[in-house]
Design a protein around this ligand. Structure first.
Ligand code: SF4
Ligand code: SF4
Length: 354
C-alpha cells in the first residue's frame, strides 16, 4: 500500500470526496466494468429486500476528526475534518435510549471519538443508563496529547469495552497504512491498556484488536490470524488481548481511491463478488445495528453513512424522531460496496460473521 496522505480527500478537493462520484464508480456508471448487482446476489439467496432483525446496537459516529490520516480510511477522517457531534445531538441519542430500553449496546466510533469535546460526558451519561459502551479507539490518540494519557483509566472507571485497530503486528505494514511512528505509539498504548487491566483474564476489562488488510486482498481466516497476533505481541512486547476481529476493507473513500490509483479496483471487486457467501449475507451487521451520523441522521451502517445513503425512513430518518418500531419495518439500503461485508467469512465491526 502506498504511503498515507497528509490530508483528507475533502481538504484536497479530490473528486472522490463526493459521495455521488463514489457511487457512480461503484455502480460502473462511467466505465465498461460492471459487476453483478449486489441486489441480484441477495435475490438469488432469498434475502432481498434485506430486512432488519431485532435492533441491538446503536452505533454513534461522534465526528470525523482524527489524529491520523490512514490510507484505507472509509470515513476520510483526519485532523482537518471539523464535523463533530454536538451535545444537543448526543442528548437526542440519550433520549432515544431512554425511550428504548431494549437497546443494550452503544458503539462509539469516529474519526477518533475521544477528540469530540463532549466524549467523556457522553460515555458517563450512557453508563448511567446501564448500557454497554464500546469505543473504537485508534490507540495513538492515547499518546497524542497529555489530555488523553489517562484514557485507559477513564475507560476502566466506566467499564468501557475497547476495540482497537492494529492493522498488523509488525511496524512496516502498520506504518505503511497508518503513518510513520503509528506502530510504536500503538504498542505503547496497548501496554498502557494492559497496565490498567485491559485484556487480562479476571479483570472483565475487554480489549479486542482489529486487523485489516494492507492492500487489495481479503483478510486471512480470523482464528489463525488471532493465534499469530497473540504469539507475536506476547513474545515481543508482553501484550495480551481478548479477541482479534479480521475486517475486510470496503471500497469507499480513501480505500476506493487507493484501489483506483493502484489499478486494483476491478480485480478487488471481482474477488469480493466471487467470494459472495449467503451465510455471511444473512448475518451482515446492518440487520441488528443502526448507525447515527455526527449530525443526527440515521443510516443502516457506518459505510452507508460515508456514502450518504440514509436509512429508508422518509420523514423519520433523524435521531430526534427515533422510532425502533418504524425501523424494524424498513428495508436496508444496499449497493455494490456491500460485497465487502459478504465475501468469504464475512466482515462486520465485530469481525467475521459466518
Ligand atoms: S482509519 Fe480510523 S484512525 Fe485511521 S484516519 Fe480513519 S478514523 Fe482515523
Ligand atoms: S455495507 Fe452496510 S448495508 Fe451493506 S451489507 Fe455491509 S453493513 Fe449492510
Amino acid at each position: 500500500m502506498t504511503k498515507p496522505p497528509r490530508t483528507s480527500l475533502q481538504r484536497q478537493q479530490h473528486a472522490l470526496s463526493s459521495t455521488e462520484k463514489q457511487l457512480a464508480v461503484l455502480q460502473g456508471d462511467a466505465a465498461d466494468f460492471r459487476l453483478v448487482p449486489f441486489q441480484q446476489k441477495l435475490e438469488e439467496c432469498g434475502l432481498y429486500p434485506l430486512r432488519p432483525l431485532p435492533l441491538e446496537i446503536f452505533q454513534v459516529n461522534v465526528g470525523k476528526m482524527c489524529n491520523q490520516v490512514c490510507r484505507h480510511c472509509h470515513v476520510d477522517a483526519g485532523p482537518d475534518r471539523k464535523e463533530i457531534m454536538t451535545r444537543e445531538t448526543m442528548q437526542q441519542c440519550l433520549d432515544a435510549l431512554d425511550r428504548h430500553p431494549s437497546l443494550r449496546t452503544v458503539d462509539l466510533t469516529g474519526g477518533a471519538p475521544e477528540m469530540n469535546p463532549h466524549f467523556r460526558w457522553f460515555v458517563e451519561e450512557i453508563r448511567k443508563r446501564n448500557r454497554q459502551v464500546i469505543v473504537r479507539c485508534n490507540l495513538t490518540i492515547i499518546r497524542a496529547n497529555a489530555k488523553y494519557h489517562d484514557l485507559p483509566y477513564f475507560y476502566r472507571e466506566h467499564g468501557v469495552e475497547v476495540v482497537s485497530s492494529l492493522p498488523f503486528y509488525t511496524q512496516d505494514r502498520t506504518d505503511r497504512q497508518r503513518g510513520d511512528g503509528v506502530f510504536a505509539d500503538s504498542i505503547a498504548a496497548l501496554q498502557q491498556l494492559n497496565e490498567a487491566g485491559y485484556g487480562k483474564s479476571g479483570t472483565g476489562l475487554v480489549l479486542n484488536l482489529v486487523y485489516n488488510p494492507a492492500g487489495a486482498f481479503m483478510p486471512p481466516p480470523q482464528e489463525s490470524l488471532e493465534r499469530e497476533y497473540r504469539k507475536a505481541l506476547q513474545e515481543r512486547f508482553g501484550i495480551v488481548f481478548n479477541q482479534l476481529f479480521a475486517i475486510t476493507n470496503l471500497p469507499i473513500s480513501r480505500f476506493l481511491d487507493f484501489l483506483l490509483e493502484s489499478g486494483n479496483y476491478e480485480a478487488y471487486m471481482e474477488k469480493l463478488c466471487n467470494a459472495f457467501n449467503p451465510a455471511a449475507a444473512a448475518n451482515v451487521m446492518c440487520r441488528n445495528t443502526i448507525s447515527i451520523g455526527w449530525d443526527g441522521w440515521l443510516y443502516d451502517c457506518d459505510f452507508n453513512q460515508m456514502l450518504g445513503l440514509k436509512a429508508d425512513l422518509p420523514g423519520i430518518d433523524h435521531i430526534s424522531a427515533f422510532d425502533a418500531e418504524a425501523l424494524s419495518r424498513r428495508s436496508i439500503v444496499v449497493n455494490q460496496h456491500c460485497f465487502g461485508c459478504t465475501a468469504g467469512a464475512g466482515s462486520s465491526c465485530g469481525g467475521s460473521v459466518a
